[in-house]
Write a protein that binds this ligand. Structure first.
Ligand code: ZN
Length: 138
């Protein structure tokens, strides 16, 4: 069995943002040489997500509005997280959007469904954060 591990680094200039990281995952898959297997893609930070959905800007706006309703950033005083920390909402947004995805690899390609794309979701940005890509297979 082959295995391949690589990290992707991001520095989202705003507090929140969604990045389509499918091309980077495809590049890592090509470098791995794996034809049949699985790829795990996970955020390595507790205020960021990796998820799969549509690359459609209206939907991403809708996510932003929905997440702000579920866990508003302001007022920070509504949260007890670590006293002075201002990112309790980011932890909650991360929880609902998920930590990781697993995608099948078939004939050397990501075996995604129609319109499926892999995203990095940032909820407490303006600093360097990373995503782990781990590939196993033959
Ligand atoms: Zn925190």
């Amino acid at each position: 069995m082959k295995s391949h591990r690589q990290e992707l680094w991001f520095n989202v200039p705003a507090r929140r943002g969604f990045l389509n990281i499918t091309p980077q995952v495809e590049e890592i898959l090509a470098a791995s040489g794996v034809q049949e297997g699985l790829v795990l893609v996970n955020a390595m930070h507790i205020t960021a997500s990796v998820f799969i959905n549509d690359d459609e800007s209206g939907l991403h706006h809708d996510y932003e509005v929905w997440l702000e309703k579920l866990a508003p950033h302001e007022p920070i005083s509504q949260y007890r997280h670590n006293g002075a920390e201002d990112n309790a909402d980011a932890h909650m947004k991360r929880q609902i959007m998920g930590r990781e995805v697993v995608v099948a690899i078939t004939q050397g390609r990501l075996d995604l469904g129609p319109w499926e794309q892999i995203f990095y979701g940032e909820f407490d940005g303006r600093r360097r954060k990373r995503v782990l890509v781990k590939i196993i297979g033959e």
